[in-house]
Design a protein around this ligand. Structure first.
Ligand code: SF4
Length: 187
């Protein structure tokens, strides 16, 4: 026990992006520097409607500790978050609410569909359940499982980190992105 207490824990340092380094300096592009900041400070908005939300609670708790990824600051306000995490069964009646939340989030923003229900309606192939949230909002990463384990949710967040870290600063103004938004009747 005392050995454990005396053990020094090395701080986790984010990997630097590609660049040029020498004695006392490091240079990289502004795009990569912004990407580094974005990927290590994602602020999730948990939209949890059922059981998958419980797995997310475990992901946030001390054992899995999402703070290691810079994402411990949850936001229940769409205007102060950049990662929408949809976890659980989404009824068709909730579709417009989810869409409104997505629209209120500031750019750049990313979306994870956590679990089979959010991704495809899961086992609830019924008249009242949305058969996948990508019917109302664009999704960046799908996490499979019913429910997915916290490791899988973390894997999804790492995938989002890769997207955020490598995203071009121009992407949100590109024709491709405009077309994607038009598909969802969003400007
Ligand atoms: S995917 Fe499974 S665990 Fe997750 S909300 Fe649906 S039924 Fe519940």
């Amino acid at each position: 026990m005392s050995e454990k207490i005396n053990q020094k824990i090395a701080p986790t340092v984010a990997e630097p992006p590609e660049g040029v380094s020498g004695q006392g300096f490091f240079a990289t592009s502004i795009e990569k520097a912004v990407g580094l900041a974005r990927k290590n400070s994602l602020w999730p908005l948990p939209f949890a409607t059922s059981c998958c939300g419980i797995e997310f609670m475990a992901t946030m708790a001390s054992h899995y500790d999402l703070a290691r990824f810079g994402s411990e600051r949850l936001s229940f306000s769409p205007r102060q978050s950049d990662l929408l995490m949809v976890m659980g069964t989404v009824a068709k009646k909730m579709g417009p609410v989810l869409r409104e939340i997505y629209i209120q989030m500031a750019e750049p923003k990313w979306v994870i569909a956590v679990g089979a229900c959010a991704a495809s309606g899961g086992i609830f192939d019924t008249y009242s359940v949305l058969q996948g949230i990508d019917r109302v909002i664009p999704v960046d990463v799908y996490v499979p499982g019913c429910p997915p384990r916290p490791e899988q949710i973390i894997d999804g967040i790492i995938k989002i980190q890769e997207l955020a870290g490598n995203e071009s600063l121009r992407r949100r103004h590109s024709k491709e992105y405009e077309d994607l938004m038009k598909q969802y009747n969003m400007e």
